[in-house]
Design a protein around this ligand. Structure first.
Ligand SMILES: NC(=O)C1=CN([C@@H]2O[C@H](COP(=O)(O)OP(=O)(O)OC[C@H]3O[C@@H](n4cnc5c(N)ncnc54)[C@H](OP(=O)(O)O)[C@@H]3O)[C@@H](O)[C@H]2O)C=CC1
Ligand SMILES: O=C(CO)COP(=O)(O)O
Length: 330
């Protein structure tokens, strides 16, 4: 797998392009916006989405999807709500058998589909993998040590992808639990908003630690109801990503929650941002999925109530604190 096509030149697609270059791969990076192509090819910086990070001069940005699709493997890194449209455009351009790695963290609002379900619908004969874990894009782009889960049903594909992307500072751990990996990545964004709200209300680190712990239980309950393995949630795509994203304002989701906690209206927060906070879109999808699976997820329900139903932050926190206590394992 020498040629890697990266579809989506946001912060994460750009960082993964850098990781693939560090692994010695030839990289073509597709961007939807011409200004991103120009910035990367001309100034070797993704100024709109990853400013201040020098990029490898051999990363070739393009606005031609076909060019990025002519690869030995494709990393799909557009935001979750755009994955279906992007895979639909990719389908006629992809050579048969080219592995597609799903790198977006979210659930499709319109259908409640996981990213692997979207890919199965649009690219039925394509081997897919899920890449997810504790990975702030700027740190990966700068070559700081990072480890991720790389889940794929086909162990050989997983091994080839890990060899293609792995390096001293980017360590893919193989798994075959795709559902577990993507549920962890999607739900942690909602929980990060909750932790941001707690931090923004200055409720303390004890409360944030309790929220992370109870939130991990919610992730595991939902994931296991969908057939995921419990041990996956103790791994990089579960506990690893949850603790990273719930512990740093580098997280777009946590920083959005922090602003909510400080009383800023959601519309005002979103108006001031160009980057995506997937939890804003995933919260409603998680609540609907949990209802279908008959799984109790009070923290995610609370975030959805605040984001989408005008619930008051203080009243929602009080309501969560007033819930009847359960045995710890429940
Ligand atoms: N940033 C990070 O640290 C990490 C992000 N991720 C995940 O990666 C995914 C991508 O996020 P990220 O790279 O951060 O994105 P950014 O917030 O950096 O940038 C937004 C991206 O969305 C793209 N976009 C906006 N509208 C559309 C559209 N209609 N069709 C296709 N693309 C569109 C933009 O492309 P354009 O400018 O061309 O419109 C741009 O690439 C998300 O699911 C995120 O959760 C995962 C791990 C780490
Ligand atoms: O997924 C990420 C880290 O693993 C990035 O988190 P945010 O999308 O909250 O910035």
């Amino acid at each position: 797998m020498q040629r890697i096509g990266v579809i989506g030149a946001g912060a994460w697609g750009t960082a993964l392009a850098m990781a693939a270059r560090r692994a010695g791969r030839d990289v073509v990076l597709w961007a939807r916006e011409a200004e991103v192509v120009t910035a990367i090819n001309g100034r070797h910086e993704n100024t709109p989405f990853l400013p201040g990070v020098p990029l490898d001069h051999d990363i070739r940005a393009t606005g031609d999807l076909a060019e990025a699709a002519q690869a030995d493997a494709v990393l799909l890194v557009t935001p979750a709500q755009h994955i279906r449209a992007t895979t639909s455009r990719l389908k006629p351009l992809l050579a048969s058998g080219t592995p597609v790695v799903l790198c977006a963290k979210g659930i499709e609002i319109a259908t409640g589909s996981l990213m692997t379900e979207v890919a199965a619908g649009e690219l039925p004969d394509t081997p897919v993998a899920v890449l997810s874990g504790p990975t702030f894009a700027a740190e990966v782009a700068r070559g700081l040590p990072t480890a991720v889960t790389l889940a794929c049903r086909d162990a050989q594909v997983s091994q080839r992808l890990a060899q293609a992307l792995g390096s001293l500072t980017f360590r893919p751990y193989a798994s075959d639990d795709l559902v577990g990996a993507e549920i962890g990545g999607a739900v942690k964004n909602v929980l990060a908003i909750a932790c941001g709200i707690v931090a923004g209300r200055a409720l303390g680190d004890n409360a944030r630690a309790a929220l992370i712990t109870r939130g991990l239980a919610e992730i595991a309950r939902l994931g296991q109801s969908l057939g995921a393995r419990p041990e996956t949630f103790m791994g990089l795509s579960g506990l690893g990503d949850l603790t990273l994203t719930c512990g740093s304002l580098q997280s777009r989701n946590m920083s959005l929650g922090h602003a909510l906690g400080q009383g800023q209206p959601l519309a005002t927060i979103l108006a001031g941002r160009t980057s995506v906070a997937e939890g804003v879109y995933t919260a409603e999808a998680v609540v609907r999925l949990a209802a279908r699976c008959q799984v109790d997820m009070p923290i995610c329900q609370a975030v959805d109530a605040i984001l989408n139903h005008g619930a008051d932050v203080n009243a929602t926190i009080q309501s969560l604190l007033s819930r009847p206590l359960k045995p710890e394992g429940a």
